[in-house]
Design a protein around this ligand. Structure first.
Ligand code: ZN
Ligand code: ZN
Length: 255
């Protein structure tokens, strides 16, 4: 089954391509499901540099909802989770088809924050990344968790990194939150998906769904060949959507 549930567009400000152009590309590639998951903005402008302005949400949602294609289209958001904003996410979730969780920033006790792509993250930061990710997964809000291994994009796999991977993987298994094998790092030449991280997942019998995390139309279907051979090389079982309302996943049957 060809599908992608992690799709951005020009709406987020750091991507390109209109909603209709992604739909055309999905049609060309024989997708049976396309889900849009723009970075979720906040009413007070928090993290506004990496997402659409709050008032644009209405346009984005209407734009996705107005598409009629020979495949299913879902409306969603990719969400940075803050416990204090829970009621906002709950209202959002009622309005759209699904939410994806994703940790993009690490929040330190001194009030500062760091991007997960920062190459100077400390061992404590990595631990915080894992704690934040586990807390977000525990919220029960998310249909799946995006790029759980993104913290490895610019770093070798040492003891702190391994401990963080174990925390995240064990929590995902316990909570039943599907994890995403993300193709965007591969397209950008960053160090994720991480072979070490996903080998640990495979050892635990934890499956993953594939996404391109496209920010350009040409990237929508581009990484799937790579992701599928990556998974088969390390013995990682893949998931695919089993139902779309509500969104749920089943294991891909080997043929
Ligand atoms: Zn983005
Ligand atoms: Zn993301």
């Amino acid at each position: 089954m060809r599908y992608n549930l992690h799709t951005h567009s020009f709406y987020c400000g750091h991507g390109s391509g209109r909603i209709g152009e992604y739909c055309d590309e999905a049609e060309r590639n024989g997708f049976s499901l396309l889900g849009f998951s723009e970075h979720c903005p906040f009413p007070d402008g928090l993290l506004s540099r990496s997402r659409m302005p709050f008032p644009s949400m209405e346009l984005y949602e209407r734009d996705v909802r107005s598409e009629r294609r020979p495949f299913s289209i879902l409306l969603g958001y990719e969400v940075d989770y803050f416990r204090s904003r829970r009621s906002y996410y709950e209202r959002l979730k009622e309005r759209v088809d699904y939410l994806i969780g994703g940790t993009h920033y690490i929040f330190r006790p001194d009030g500062s924050m760091a991007s997960v792509f920062d190459s100077l993250l400390s061992g404590d930061d990595i631990r915080r990344y894992a704690d934040q990710t586990v807390r977000a997964m525990s919220s029960g809000l998310f249909s799946f968790y995006a790029h759980p291994d993104v913290y490895l994009s610019e770093r070798p796999f040492g003891k702190d990194e391994e401990a963080a991977a174990a925390l995240i993987l064990d929590a995902a298994a316990e909570l039943g939150v599907p994890l995403e094998l993300n193709g965007n790092g591969h397209l950008k030449g960053r160090g994720y998906p991480s072979e070490e991280f996903w080998r640990m997942a495979a050892e635990r019998g934890i499956p993953a769904l594939v996404s391109s995390d496209a920010h350009r139309v040409v990237d929508l279907a581009a990484p799937f060949g790579f992701l599928e051979s990556f998974a088969s090389r390390i013995g990682l079982t893949l998931l695919e959507p089993g139902s779309i309302s509500p969104l749920s996943f089943r294991k891909v049957q080997a043929n």
